[in-house]
Design a protein around this ligand. Structure first.
Ligand code: ATP
Ligand code: MG
Length: 290
């Protein structure tokens, strides 16, 4: 596992140099967590809709290999995924789901981490198809939890890393372990943090301060506190109704918090230089073909 991650770091650097910078203005963000079930998918789906509501074009890439469920949260039946584009000759529009406010969702499937099995011809065909998606401002990737080759790979492919944790010590230690791996293999030198399920504003601040103190003491990683999300029953109701909380309960505390996080992210957009969606998938192919 560590060998693989080490190779990944070298590859991430190589790929950065190799992929031509076609500067399509797409910002690519990976959302992940150490522990599972801490709220990644709900954050991703609602953040994507919030940014789209504010007039930007967003695509969610559900990269939780084999377990993706962003489609379910938006009330869609999972049908096809990227595998069908690569292996079954489907087109992007057959697989892409159009969600609320026109937010797009591309279900990942398992194909991208088994890139060795994809012939050069199939890869080229896929990249040519994916180029159609260049009219986007943000791609938000929802990954699985934990330290795995695929999660580290997706982090390496993106510009920004957002890590989600709850105030629970188990979630915090797992988040720390993930950042430790990201730092150790020099995959990223900065990360943004969301504290989810806070019981008060004070708890959010205290949790972040504790976490960032530990990270600053032991890791070479710049942290930024992106925001907190309250523990809110409305979120649970929204999941049951399969209607994202930002739409079903726009006045709930989590919705207001997501809106302010969306504003913060949109305010940071200027700093970036993107590779476009084509660049993203070229990186994914290079990283996962080893
Ligand atoms: N802010 C919150 N308030 C109340 N409940 C929450 C909150 N965030 C998450 N939950 C609960 O946690 C559950 C899991 O959330 P979610 O599916 O977004 O987590 P995840 O990190 O994507 O999980 P996985 O690691 O399995 O992909 C939700 O269905 C909900 O019941
Ligand atoms: Mg999830």
């Amino acid at each position: 596992m560590l060998d693989q991650a080490d190779r990944l770091r070298k590859l991430a650097k190589d790929v950065d140099e190799k992929v031509e910078n076609n500067n399509k203005g797409v910002k690519i963000i990976t959302v992940t967590s150490g522990k599972g079930g801490v709220g990644k998918s709900n954050f991703v789906v609602n953040l994507a809709i919030a940014i789209q509501m504010k007039g930007k074009k967003v695509m969610i890439f559900d990269a939780d290999v084999g377990m993706g469920n962003d489609d379910v949260l938006m009330g869609f039946l999972p049908k096809y995924n990227v595998n069908d584009i690569i292996f079954n000759n489907m087109n992007i529009e057959d697989v892409l789901i159009e969600g609320p406010y026109g937010v797009k969702l591309l279900p990942g499937g398992t194909g991208l981490t088994k890139v060795e099995e994809i012939t050069e011809e199939k890869r080229e065909k896929f990249i040519n198809k994916i180029k159609e998606l260049n009219d986007l401002d943000y791609i938000i990737m929802d990954t699985g939890a934990g330290i795995s080759k695929s999660v580290l790979g997706f982090i390496a492919c993106s510009e920004d890393l957002i890590i989600i944790t709850t105030p629970e010590p188990t979630s915090l230690t797992d988040a720390y372990s993930l950042l430790k791996a990201v730092d150790h293999f020099e995959i990223k030198s900065s990360a943004k943090v969301i504290i989810n399920r806070t019981l008060s504003f004070k708890e959010g601040i205290e949790t972040y301060n504790k976490f960032s103190n530990t990270v600053n003491n032991f890791l070479n990683m710049n942290l930024e506190h992106l925001g907190n999300l309250s523990d809110d029953r409305k979120l649970v109701e929204a999941v049951r109704k399969q209607k994202p909380f930002i739409i079903s309960f726009p006045n709930s505390s989590v919705s207001k918090e997501i809106m302010s996080i969306a504003n913060k992210i949109m305010g940071q957009k200027e700093e970036h230089t993107g590779d476009g969606v084509e660049g993203l998938f070229k990186k994914i192919f290079s990283i996962f073909s080893v």
